[in-house]
Ligand binder design. Structure first.
Ligand code: RFL
Ligand code: PHB
Length: 390
């Protein structure tokens, strides 16, 4: 068995790369460790930048997103009981974001791939990468108890933070940068109308809270919790009470409660691996970097990587030169580090760090005061939120 590109992972990065390459006539095989239903059950991102929507459109996967996605022109910050709206549309010359769940993006990409006839193997176990330091890499895996192998020109490692691709790189060839935050996010999904038509990011004495949504009838809320917290400790009532305590009274009064349909804790981490190319192996998405979710950048950053990687691979197959492949890592990393800075800075502004000396608290107060008084500061925040152009 031989394919031009073997993609490891059928998350949004792998599926979007597969769609863009298929459209350019490049043959791909996707190997995914989990089942299709398992991948679709993960509740993750909710906010898409215009660049991400544009890529999905180019890949031919944006019809439902364009019908059902909610276009947002602003979001709110709550800080120490004060409310500040960031008018992203006005501050960025007309740019907006779209609220549409990662689960739905993944479902649309999966359906598009199945209709195209391009091969995907779900429940591919023991995936291993071989010979990617030369021009003929191979990938092996186990499927229904049988050993399988595929040769290829290129391996795309789109298998997330815990995947096998980054782990296959010799330690001396890769450098990593990491910050683990001393808290997590407890998230609840519930079929209740959102408390506000725009997202609210709240910084409070008791910790951060976020009001988000998936539709006009389904809400997604988060509260900062201890990183070693146990989700079983949190009843729905405890969650709703804690959420309302952290919002300004007007928003808290609008919270409609109901039974949770999903409840989980996510740790917060900033992480970057450099470089993103090792011979014929390329890393993209969470396999290469993690951002804390505060700025809604993770999925969007993955889409940015896929944009640069698909361009490089299409150019490689057009003229068979390595030149295009050489540019991928530096182009993607330039954008990645800027998004890392944005997510780190919004996380630092809005979370309660128990270990922080009073000086750091005053820095948070001063930064919020600056956002209130300075349109320039608000514009910088809005530009970061809508995302950098590719
Ligand atoms: P994924 O989604 O982790 O997919 C990787 C896939 O690879 C598979 N895999 C393997 N396959 C074969 N062999 C192996 N050895 C394998 N190991 C792993 C996995 O099963 C999986 O299917 O990575 P990808 O595609 O790079 O996508 C990245 C995004 O999922 C991630 O950045 C976002 O979800 C982050 N994120 C958010 N991003 C945003 O842009 N906006 C948001 O609003 C946002 N909110 C969030 C988030 C992430 C969160 N959590 C839980 C981490 C909110 C939360 C709570
Ligand atoms: C979400 O809806 O899950 C979400 C929204 C905005 C964020 C993070 C997560 O910054």
């Amino acid at each position: 068995m031989r394919h031009q590109v073997v993609i490891i992972g059928a998350g949004p990065s792998g599926l979007l790369l597969g769609a863009l390459l298929h459209q350019a006539g490049i043959d791909t095989l996707i190997l995914e460790r989990q089942s299709r239903d398992y991948v679709l059950a993960r509740i993750r991102a909710g906010v898409l930048e215009e660049g991400t929507v544009g890529l999905l459109r180019r890949a031919g996967c944006a019809a439902r997103l364009e019908r059902e996605g909610l276009v947002h022109e602003g979001f709110a910050l709550n800080f120490a009981g004060q409310h500040l709206r960031i008018d992203i549309k006005a501050l960025t010359g007309g740019r907006t974001v779209t609220v549409y769940g990662q689960t739905e993006v993944t479902r649309d990409l999966m359906e598009h791939r199945a209709a195209s006839g391009a091969p995907t193997v779900y429940e591919a176990r023991d995936v291993a990468l071989h010979d990617f330091d030369g021009p003929n890499p191979r990938v092996t895996w186990t499927q229904d108890g049988q050993s399988r192998e595929a040769g290829c020109d290129i391996i795309a490692g789109c298998d997330g933070y815990h995947g096998v691709s980054r782990a296959s790189v010799p330690a001396g060839a890769i450098e990593t940068f990491e910050r683990v935050y001393p808290f997590g996010w407890l998230g609840v999904l519930a079929d209740v109308p959102p408390c506000s038509h725009e997202l609210i990011y709240a910084g409070h004495e008791r910790g951060f809270a976020l009001c988000s949504m998936r539709s006009n009838t389904r809400s997604r809320y988060y509260v900062q919790c201890r990183s070693d917290d146990d989700v079983k400790r949190w009843s729905d009532d405890m969650f709703w009470d804690e959420l309302r305590r952290r919002l300004d009274p007007a928003a808290a009064a609008q919270v409609v409660t109901g039974p949770s349909i999903e409840k989980s804790i996510a740790p917060l981490r900033s992480f970057v691996a450099e470089p993103l190319r090792f011979g014929r192996l390329f890393l993209a998405g969470d396999a290469a970097h993690i951002v804390p979710p505060t700025g809604a950048k993770g999925l969007n950053l993955a889409a940015g990587d896929v944009h640069y990687l698909s361009e490089a691979l299409i150019a490689f197959y057009e003229d068979r030169s390595e030149g295009a492949l050489d540019t991928y890592s530096a182009r993607a990393l330039d954008r990645i580090w800027k998004a890392e800075r944005f997510s780190w800075s919004l996380t630092t502004l809005l979370h309660r760090f128990d270990t922080s000396p009073p000086f750091e608290r005053r820095m948070q107060d001063a930064e919020f005061a600056l956002l209130r008084s300075s349109e320039t500061a608000r514009r910088a925040l809005a530009e970061g939120y809508v995302g950098l152009p590719y």
